[in-house]
Design a binder for this molecule. Structure first.
Ligand SMILES: NC(=O)c1ccc[n+]([C@@H]2O[C@H](COP(=O)([O-])OP(=O)(O)OC[C@H]3O[C@@H](n4cnc5c(N)ncnc54)[C@H](O)[C@@H]3O)[C@@H](O)[C@H]2O)c1
Length: 89
């Protein structure tokens, strides 16, 4: 069985949305996918998620249980695709 994101080519240039990304498993997976070349949207209710920000990785402070949060996360993903400040291939 293939492991998650087992090669750079699997995720490079793709956009990954991680919830619960300020700590623990979510943070580790966000950093792994970023390291493998993905553009990442890291979402968490904890504003500490901002610490992860860098070129190609934007943070979103939001509660995933609140109505409208999925739409905001979708908008952030679209910004990752189009934003000139996040030019990862
Ligand atoms: N760590 C383990 O070994 C392990 C093992 C089995 C299951 N789990 C489960 O996996 C999940 C994640 O574990 P973890 O160790 O990464 O936990 P964690 O507490 O380190 O991370 C969870 C993150 O989710 C965020 N969060 C909580 N509610 C949120 C909300 N409504 N909206 C947005 N973000 C929210 C928190 O702020 C936190 O940053 C938990 O449900 C845990 O019970 C963990």
């Amino acid at each position: 069985m293939a492991s998650i994101a087992s090669s750079v080519d699997e995720v490079k240039g793709k956009v990954a949305l991680l919830t619960g990304a300020a700590s623990g498993i979510g943070r580790a997976v966000a950093e792994l996918l970023y390291a493998r070349g993905a553009k990442v949207v890291a979402e968490d209710i904890d504003p500490a998620v901002k610490e992860l920000e860098r070129d190609g990785l934007i943070s979103l402070t939001a509660d995933v249980t609140v109505d409208g949060s999925a739409e905001k996360a979708g908008s952030a993903c679209r910004r990752q695709v189009w934003h000139p400040r996040h030019p990862r291939e």
